[in-house]
Design a protein around this ligand. Structure first.
Ligand SMILES: Cc1cc2nc3c(=O)[nH]c(=O)nc-3n(C[C@H](O)[C@H](O)[C@H](O)COP(=O)(O)OP(=O)(O)OC[C@H]3O[C@@H](n4cnc5c(N)ncnc54)[C@H](O)[C@@H]3O)c2cc1C
Length: 480
């Protein structure tokens, strides 16, 4: 039998396969603090057929694949020592802008903002602009990871805008979902909920465990006529959360962000909590909705602040403007890293979560000081009917003791908040041991699907804690 290297080269040619350390060392982990592994091979396919060929070769050699979108997650994605690293960066074409069906067809490695720029030239835009990393992360990776996008309060989650997918299954077979499943009609993708169960949903958030996304059919809209901005400071978290809930009920915001921890926006240190409000709509409706949001904030004791930073945050998609400050101030000049904890919670639970986090920081103040743990933010993106909380703590990554403390802190927060009410958006290997056992029958079903679809555990096996299971050791009873 040919070697794995020979098989991969036969699929992609010698230029896009490497087993050299100098190439492999570049693909060991994501942006988070958890350690990864050095892959044995790097492959960069350019077509669905090549992806399928690589998957078949991996099966023949029983070697796992890790799929690399842009690896911009912060969790710890579990790249396996010796695996085949399949980088999707060359599969980044915009294949079609279909204004008739209101879809853009992209290869998975396409970067959000690069696609939006092309749509904007025609007066259109993506259904969501992507997550905060929209200038660097891929659409395929974000769909696979269940990324939480900007515009959450009105447009909802990334996956809601996926009309269909093309996927390479762990066997190497090619699947089309939704209306695209109809082979006799030539795979006409435009409606997700067609031809039986929602197979698209199986791949959203599954982090490459069940298949490799090779094409995304993503919904687009005309760019709204107007954008309006407001920024409010509150004396307490309670008032800000009640105002946010009322804005949700009145559907008055497109993007609604609460700041409840970390550095306060420059110039507004006297307030305890803040709401940034972005409204996008027709000229008439945008103004009307902003005025509703403002009236709600004022009814809950909010103080109107200068909203120019809100506008900059939205138009430049630069996170630091949430705090009315340019990026260098925010990140400092030390190599800090961020073991992020994030997840959905009910809107009213934001009050309890913030109280818990603030109390925890007081109780552990001495440890935070010893390990130089800094609270970057307790920020919340409010959705249509709930909230997505970001708990970002920073620590100096070159200090081993701080690093260990940071990882333990992440686990403690995730465990505690999940026991109360939290559900993470995306799950990756480093957090899977904390998250997956809490999912009961849901996790059992995922494991059953994995065993059936991928008996060799080829695709991203460790990502959702989906290792090949070993037969439990039974200790024989000894009769004396
Ligand atoms: C500055 C910054 C801001 C960020 N803001 C946000 C935010 O607002 N919201 C948010 O949710 N996240 C945010 N993130 C985290 C991250 O950028 C996103 O979650 C993003 O969606 C990950 O995309 P990626 O292309 O890097 O995917 P990757 O990290 O490469 O992949 C994610 C997972 O999907 C798998 N995968 C990748 N491509 C495919 C494919 N084609 N088929 C099947 N599986 C695949 C990978 O194996 C991995 O398990 C931010 C990151 C940065 C750097």
């Amino acid at each position: 039998m040919p070697s794995l290297m020979e098989d991969l080269t036969a699929v992609c040619g010698p230029e896009r396969v490497s087993d050299k350390l100098v190439d492999r060392i570049c693909y060991t982990r994501d942006c988070g603090p958890s350690p990864g592994g050095v892959p044995g091979y790097v492959v960069r396919p350019v077509s669905t057929e090549e992806v399928a060929g690589i998957v078949r070769a991996a099966n023949r050699h029983k070697t796992p694949i890790f799929v690399w979108g842009r690896s911009t997650t912060f969790i710890g994605n579990g790249i396996r020592e010796g695996c085949i690293l399949m980088a999707m960066d060359l599969m980044r074409a915009i294949e079609k802008i279909d204004l008739e069906r209101k879809l853009v067809v992209v290869q998975p490695g396409a970067v959000w903002h690069a696609v939006d720029v092309e749509l904007n030239k025609l007066g259109w835009e993506l259904g969501v602009p992507g997550p905060g990393g929209m200038f660097s992360c891929s659409i395929g990776g974000s769909v696979a990871y269940n990324a939480v996008p900007h515009g959450l309060a009105e447009y909802g989650m990334t996956g809601e805008h996926v009309a269909g997918l093309e996927v390479v299954l762990p066997t190497g077979d090619i699947l089309h979902t939704g209306s695209g499943a109809n082979e006799t009609a030539g795979h006409p993708h435009f409606e997700r909920y067609a031809n039986g169960p929602d197979l698209t949903g199986l791949f959203i958030g599954s982090c490459g465990v069940f298949g490799i996304i090779t094409k995304v059919y993503f919904r687009i809209r005309r760019i709204p006529e107007a954008e309006e901005f407001a920024f409010y400071g509150f004396e307490g978290v309670e008032q800000a959360v009640d105002a946010a809930q009322s804005i949700q009920q009145q559907e008055a915001a497109t993007h609604l962000v609460g700041l409840f921890g970390g550095p306060k926006p420059a110039g507004y240190e006297q307030y305890d909590a803040f709401l940034h409000i972005v409204v996008r709509d027709s000229r008439l409706r945008a103004g009307e909705r902003r005025r509703i949001a403002e009236a709600v904030c004022e009814a809950h004791g909010g103080h109107p602040l200068d909203s120019r930073a809100t506008r900059r945050y939205w138009t430049e998609h630069m996170y630091s403007w949430l705090r009315n400050t340019p990026p260098d101030y925010y990140y400092g000049n030390r190599p800090y890293t961020c073991p992020e904890v994030a997840g959905f919670i009910p809107t009213q639970a934001v009050k309890d979560a913030i109280a818990y986090l603030r109390q925890d920081a007081v109780e552990h103040a001495e440890e935070f000081q010893r390990y130089d743990i800094r609270i970057k933010c307790y920020d919340v993106y409010f959705s249509r009917n709930g909230a997505f909380i970001w708990i970002d703590t920073l620590y100096p990554e070159l200090d081993e003791r701080s690093w260990r403390y940071g990882l333990a802190l992440r686990e403690r927060y995730t465990d505690e908040l999940m026991r109360r009410y939290m559900s993470p958006g995306g799950i990756l290997q480093a957090l899977a041991p904390v998250v997956m056992p809490k999912l009961g029958a849901g996790f059992e079903l995922m494991k059953a699907l994995k065993r059936t679809l991928d008996p060799n555990f080829i695709l991203n096996p460790g990502v959702l804690l989906m290792e090949p299971e070993t037969t439990p050791q039974v200790t024989p009873e000894v009769i004396r």
